[in-house]
Design a binder for this molecule. Sequence first.
Ligand SMILES: [Mg+2]
Ligand SMILES: [Zn+2]
Length: 186
Amino acid sequence: MINQAVFLDKDGTLVEDVPYNIKPDLIKLTQGAIAGLQLLQAWGYKLIVISNQSGVARGYFRESELVAVTKLLFKLFSEQGVTLDDFYYCPHHPNGVVSEYAISCECRKPEPGLILRAADKHNIDLQNSWFIGDILNDVEAGNRAGCKTILIDNGHETEWLLSSMRIPHYTVTDLMAAAQVITRNL
Ligand SMILES: [Mg+2]
Ligand SMILES: [Zn+2]
């Protein structure tokens, strides 16, 4: 069976942006997230989170501390009747201070590595899948993986470094609007 997926950035897209946060009580779903996720699931999309977590490489928190964050995300989804199919994160950063994580990797967005890994595991047709994020590095990762891309323009992108790979197919204001774009465009 070949699946279609919607890949979601976490911070600023799915949950309110609190930089380098790993405290579960500060994790809140964004406006439009629940309704948007329910709509996407109803249309049969797998829902997979793709997140940069360079706080690990920067020494702000340990990789093991992401376990609680991951568990909470799965719980927040299931409380709304939504299945989170998988969660991928990149713990690296080339300028990190924790040596084993201070590398130039293929999984930190805008690299598409995590999307490709997820596609392989979940048998995903990338051409008919989508990436939703709130900055252009998300858009670039999605485009490089061959997905269609949606930018949630909520003020988190501030540099607007554009190139052909950094242009989203659509720009919207929240996750529900993104879900409506996707479900109208099959
Ligand atoms: Mg983000
Ligand atoms: Zn990485």
